[in-house]
Design a protein. Structure first.
Length: 264
């Protein structure tokens, strides 16, 4: 049974997690797609710790260079695996650590009410501003999911070609074979992980819409609901990719049998 974020923190030192968050704060400044700006922590230290941590947990970890499509896939995954609202400070830092593989994915929050609390905690000019923000976030996710899916299909096709060559060729040394197989597992784990977090975001948006309507009914709720429905229409195809089946999902959107791998 999958652990929740609260289960994880109940069994691990909060002080240790806080220290890791402080370490990762050095790469919290954002660049394209909300990813950390280039710096030694984001580019060197965090990936090295993440690879070591992933291997320690028995997860796939490849030393091979990333292709252009694999780099782009990870860049597009970044926004989708983080909490949707920037006011969820601690949860965002934990998700960054999980995306870097320093922490396991189970450390991430599964609290669907967190987005609503962040959405209603700040000052807005009117109730319409909250509905507009909700609709903008859902619509932004919809657009990004479509781009991610197209990117993922290119990576899947390249991975199938990679595995065909591994099966047919005797020219590839064992260490290269192992690294290539690990990369296929990483790629598929990332796709499954994005699907999982996108569904969580969708649940968070629906929770927020229902509670906003109860607290402050508005005609703006109609547009927000349409945006959420649009996002849901993109999640279906994204969670039904023709996966190779490294994690047992085989493109059916089923939960993976092994830990989902994030590598960014």
């Amino acid at each position: 049974m999958r652990k929740t974020g609260s289960d994880f923190f109940a069994s691990h030192s909060v002080a240790t997690i806080a220290a890791l968050c402080l370490l990762f704060a050095g790469c919290s400044t954002t660049g394209d797609l909300g990813r950390p700006r280039p710096n030694i922590i984001a580019d060197k230290i965090a990936p090295a710790i993440g690879d070591w941590s992933a291997r320690f947990r028995g997860e796939a970890s490849s030393w091979s260079h990333l292709t252009d499509d694999e780099e782009q896939l990870r860049a597009r995954a970044w926004r989708l695996v983080l909490p949707a609202h920037e006011r969820s400070h601690f949860d965002r830092e934990v998700s960054k650590l999980a995306h870097a593989r320093i922490l396991p994915v189970e450390a991430q929050s599964n609290d669907v009410s967190a987005y609503y609390r962040a959405l209603t905690s700040g000052s807005f000019a009117s109730q319409a501003s909250r509905y507009n923000r909700l609709g903008e976030d859902a619509n932004g996710d919809r657009l990004l999911l479509g781009q991610f899916r197209a990117n993922a299909l290119r990576v899947i096709n390249a991975d199938r070609a990679r595995l065909r060559v591994l099966d047919a060729s005797q020219q590839v040394p064992p260490e290269q074979r192992d690294s290539a197989a690990q990369r296929v597992a990483e790629n598929e784990g990332l796709m499954l992980g994005v699907c999982e977090r996108a569904r969580f975001r969708l649940k968070s948006y629906r929770y927020s819409l229902d509670n906003l309507v109860v607290e402050m009914p508005s005609r703006e709720a109609i547009r927000a609901e349409r945006a959420i429905m649009g996002m849901e229409s993109e999640i279906g195809p994204t969670c039904n990719l023709p996966l190779i089946g490294v994690f047992g999902g085989k493109g059916e959107g089923a939960p993976p049998r092994a830990p989902v791998v994030y590598k960014g």
